[in-house]
Design a protein around this ligand. Structure first.
Ligand code: SF4
Length: 712
């Protein structure tokens, strides 16, 4: 593969004094090529790029000769860090040429680069997207400073510059005189309006993002500790390199989560590609604000933040460059030899905020047979059968679940769990309510089987309908609306009339289909009952709609500790990047996640599949807790195994995987759960008991019949 490398090389004139003085005033420091790279960086990047190709890397300074070089060099791919030159579209210059010549390239396109170079437009877009950024105003003429709309301290910078260009120690202003001086300096020296924004005084954090779409990786955050003389990233500070960089930054988990949520939203709102560094500042109340988005971050191997952050993620310089190249090639569907490039690269649309994503999944859930053809290769006979039985066997599946199903395999475990099958019509044993839940209701929807626990079916809606659902004929409604507060009050009254209840399970349907605000109010009301020690939420959404696990949801839930989540993964195929991330983030929010699989014939009834499932679960911090025998629910005969098979399966796991990864196999009955398991106890011989090990060897353990004397 023939790789080109475009860049702008710094000339050796930083800090030169136009008036020939030994110690020029800070206003006179020349920052005209501050954005450009030094030769050390160019050499380091070229050396790293050599590891991506067997051919020599073609160095291409970004100058007037670039168009002709692109035309004549027959490049397969370009690694671009060129800042361009001239006006405010300068960073778009090289990417626009690559597009004209049809050459795939790393990094963001011209639109993203121009937008983010324009600090005013950047802030307007951030604000429109609801992403916090300091308030600001723009000054084009000193006369506009008669009315200053924001309180001091303020911060002054040029409207469209990068790499601290136009930011000096006097850019932080505390009174009108300082403001006038700083604004006038920008107007005179940069021939562009001055951006004046509220100064956020807290720590500055750099967020490095590498990758696209589902491959996005957030590098460890870097906190920049400034000196007293240089309290922010001024040109002087960058030139002197006297700030301290802490990477990984010592931030709390909740602040880290908030920073990442904001940084990702900004990265995606601007259509950044492959990499970017975002600079944020944290205010006194701990709220992060985006200062700048840098889709062309510095890559000096010696002092730039992005490589420092990559190193903190155990990625050395060459590995970082290879990862960037790999991400870009993936966007163009290129192989390592530079073949198969799609000239129109994949573009990840600006991602809507978290709530819009999961609500969109529910809105767009597939319920019509013809719509399935968008995801699966179904023949006409299959579609006709689904239509014919649509009334008796309705279905609903989210686009996400269909996207992880095998389009060609009718036995795919996702398809088997969520799409109707003719086998459902051949069940002569099943019941609508095999656990007699109706008889155990202490109030409508409040099921109490045990003295100290109750399950509250607070929702009757699930975004995707499981064919094996215990409540498939009773609770699977189209109503996503939450219950009325009167109804909720009557259930909570029933709970308080049963003071023995200390553990309340919210279930359904799925309780997490409701808005965060409703759930918060509901949990507040539950927490008002002193008797409730533990709240559990039974939800399959970490598996079936992981997009629901937003940071806002987790921030809200963690206020109600102790809180546990029970979920349901039944097959390793369900553990995707999205569902894994959702579970890890729940765990990182301090909420334990337990898995309650259902043993399903043709889905997870073999030892290798079950072993794979439980081992993947513990890797994503989910504890395999129960393995349920499939209930005698009408229409599920084809899923049911024999109980002996189930016991054999659990036995096959014992001794062959971590003990805590083995779920307890249970049968739920109207009288509570009955543990089912292989018996390793072989009987007694006088003062010993005979045991069988997991692999069938016998062991005799001394165990006197009478209680032994323990000391005196
Ligand atoms: S998620 Fe649970 S309640 Fe919803 S359909 Fe599946 S098994 Fe039933």
């Amino acid at each position: 593969m023939r790789i080109g490398f475009t860049y702008n090389l710094k000339k050796d004139k930083v800090r030169s004094d136009p008036n020939g003085r030994d110690n020029p005033a800070e206003e006179d420091w020349d920052d005209s090529d501050a954005e450009y790279e030094d030769l050390e960086t160019i050499d380091a990047l070229a050396a790293a790029l050599e590891t991506c190709t067997e051919e020599p890397v073609v160095r291409l300074p970004c100058d007037h000769a670039l168009p002709a070089r692109l035309e004549s060099e027959h490049l397969d791919f370009v690694f671009n860090i060129a800042e361009g030159w001239g006006g405010r579209n300068r960073e778009a210059f090289a990417p626009s040429l690559f597009e004209i010549f049809g050459i795939p390239y790393t990094g963001s396109d011209g639109l993203t680069l121009s937008l983010t170079l324009n600090k005013v437009l950047t802030k307007k877009i951030l604000m429109a997207e609801g992403i916090p950024t300091p308030e600001f105003f723009v000054v084009r003429d000193l006369g506009e400073l008669r009315d200053i709309p924001l309180p001091f301290p303020l911060f002054v910078k040029p409207c469209h510059e990068g790499t601290s260009k136009g930011i000096r120690n006097f850019s932080l202003v505390r009174n009108p005189d300082e403001l006038e001086r700083a604004v006038s300096w920008v107007l005179i020296n940069y021939h562009q309006p001055a951006l004046v924004e509220r100064f956020i005084s807290g720590p500055e954090v750099a967020v490095g993002i590498l990758g696209n779409g589902p491959d996005i990786k957030i590098l460890p955050h870097a906190e920049i500790r400034f000196t007293e003389q240089n309290p922010f990233y001024s040109f002087e500070c960058k030139s002197l390199v006297d700030e301290e960089i802490l990477c990984p930054a010592p931030l709390s988990p909740s602040l880290t989560m908030r920073i990442e949520e904001i940084a990702l939203a900004a990265y995606e709102s601007f259509g950044c590609r492959d990499l970017a560094r975002l600079d944020l500042r944290i205010n006194e109340t701990g709220e992060p604000y985006v200062l700048e988005i840098n889709p062309l971050p510095g890559l000096s191997p010696r002092y730039s933040l992005f490589p420092i952050q990559a190193a903190a993620a155990s990625m050395d310089y060459k590995a970082m460059v290879r990862a960037l190249v790999g991400q870009a090639m993936k966007r163009y569907s290129m192989d390592r030899r530079g073949r198969n490039a799609r000239i129109q690269p994949k573009v990840w649309a600006a991602k809507p905020n978290g709530d819009e994503v999961w609500k969109g999944e529910i809105r767009n859930r597939v319920r019509e047979p013809d719509e399935l053809k968008r995801f699966l290769n179904l023949d006409d006979a299959c579609i006709s059968w689904l239509k014919e039985h649509g009334e008796r066997l309705p279905f609903a599946v989210t686009p996400y679940l269909l996207s992880i199903a095998d389009p060609d395999d009718p036995h795919c475990p996702i398809r088997r769990q969520f799409l109707p099958s003719p086998e459902e019509l051949n069940d002569h044993l099943g019941y609508a309510d095999p656990l007699l839940e109706k008889e155990h209701e202490a109030a409508p929807g409040l099921i109490r089987v045990y003295e100290d626990r109750a399950a509250w079916c607070v929702s009757s809606f699930c975004p995707s309908l499981c064919r094996h659902c215990l409540r498939r004929d009773r609770f699977q409604s189209d109503h996503q609306n939450p219950p009325s507060w009167d109804r909720i009050a009557s259930v909570l009254d029933a709970v308080s009339l049963n003071p023995g209840i200390r553990d309340l399970l919210l279930t359904g349907g799925d309780p997490l289909v409701y808005e965060d605000g409703f759930l918060e109010e509901l949990l507040l009301k539950i927490r008002e009952l002193d008797q409730i020690q533990i709240v559990r939420i039974g939800t399959r959404l970490p598996c079936t709609l992981p997009q629901r696990i937003t940071n806002n949801l987790l921030r809200m839930l963690r206020k109600f500790q102790p809180l546990w989540i029970s979920t349901q993964f039944n097959h390793p195929r369900e553990i995707t990047k999205d569902s894994a991330e959702a579970c890890v983030r729940i765990a990182e929010a301090g909420i334990p996640v337990l898995n309650q699989s259902v043993l399903l014939r043709g889905v997870n009834d073999t030892a290798p599949v079950m072993k794979d499932l439980v081992e993947r679960l513990i890797r994503i911090r989910v504890r395999p807790y129960y393995l349920y025998q499939c209930q005698l629910v009408s229409g599920t005969a084809h899923f049911r195994t024999t109980i002996e098979q189930g016991m054999g399966l659990v036995r096959a796991l014992r001794g062959r995987t971590s003990g805590f990864a083995i779920p307890q196999y249970v049968l739920d009955t109207p009288y509570g759960k009955v543990p089912l398991g292989p018996n390793y106890f072989r009987g007694r011989e006088d003062g010993s008991v005979m045991m069988e090990s997991y692999d069938g060897r016998l062991w005799k353990e001394k165990n006197p019949v009478s209680k032994p004397d323990i000391g005196n």
